[in-house]
Design a protein around this ligand. Structure first.
Ligand code: MG
Length: 237
């Protein structure tokens, strides 16, 4: 069977963080600039460096060294780990889907997330999901600002780890926002969208998702969608 690279988004797809994650950005902004954050920015589907860039831009603050921003974001989330555990939860069906996909020997399973790697790891460990994923591969918010650029990053890492190439036919991305869908379309992956986060099924379909699921509750439907033929097989040239 053809080897597949399966990349999961984290927030809104595997977990609901109870809005704890988004509190980190204005706090980090304040620590880094000494000013209070008057403007809010949207966070769903975006990378953490992209979110911070917009916060700086909207407040007329010049660029701050990337490593300082990353260190502050990591420290702030770490400080909220207990709140995250209390307010957050795994989304229905997520654990069963991860377990089922891990049991498929031809599937390499990791994440494609806007979270910095340390923050993704913290969230996944807090909710007991890390054990199902190969987190030595995957792509994270620190790897690129634009989400679509994370797809080739993940494919390169998986190729190096597993000794085979992954392309648009053999990469599947599961996410909850139109930005996840776009990342797959632009970056080169099939997309399964789950309407369990901030976006409706209609919006995800309109964005161009190959499959849209209401939730991950039906493990069989998740497996079926992951194993659907890729774009080349679907539309032979
Ligand atoms: Mg998400």
């Amino acid at each position: 069977m053809k080897r597949l690279l399966l990349l999961w988004d984290v927030d809104g797809t595997l977990i609901d963080d109870g809005h704890v994650g988004e509190t980190v950005y204005p706090l980090a902004f304040e620590r880094l600039t000494g000013r209070s954050a008057r403007h809010r920015v949207t966070t769903a589907g975006r990378t953490e460096p992209e979110i911070m860039d917009e916060l700086f831009h909207r407040h007329g603050v010049g660029r701050i060294e990337e490593s300082r921003v990353a260190a502050e974001l990591t420290a702030q989330l770490q400080r909220r780990a207990a709140a995250l555990r209390t307010a957050g939860r795994t989304l229905p069906g997520a654990v069963a889907a991860l377990r089922a996909m891990r049991a498929q020997r031809h599937v390499a399973q990791s994440v494609l997330t806007g979270n910095l790697r340390a923050n993704a790891l913290l969230k996944l460990r807090l909710f007991g999901l890390a054990e199902y994923l190969d987190l030595t591969i995957g792509a994270y918010g620190g790897d690129a600002r634009a989400r679509a650029e994370l797809v080739p990053v993940a494919q390169r890492r998986a190729a190096a780890a597993y000794g085979r190439e992954f392309d648009a036919d053999s990469t599947v991305l599961i996410g909850d926002t139109p930005l996840d869908v776009r990342a797959g379309l632009v970056g080169g992956a099939r997309v399964i969208a789950v309407a369990s986060g901030a976006s409706s099924a209609a919006a995800l379909r309109e964005a161009g998702a190959d499959t849209v699921l209401a939730t991950l509750r039906d493990t069989g439907a998740v497996i079926h969608a992951v194993q659907a033929p890729g774009p080349t097989a679907r539309s032979p040239r």
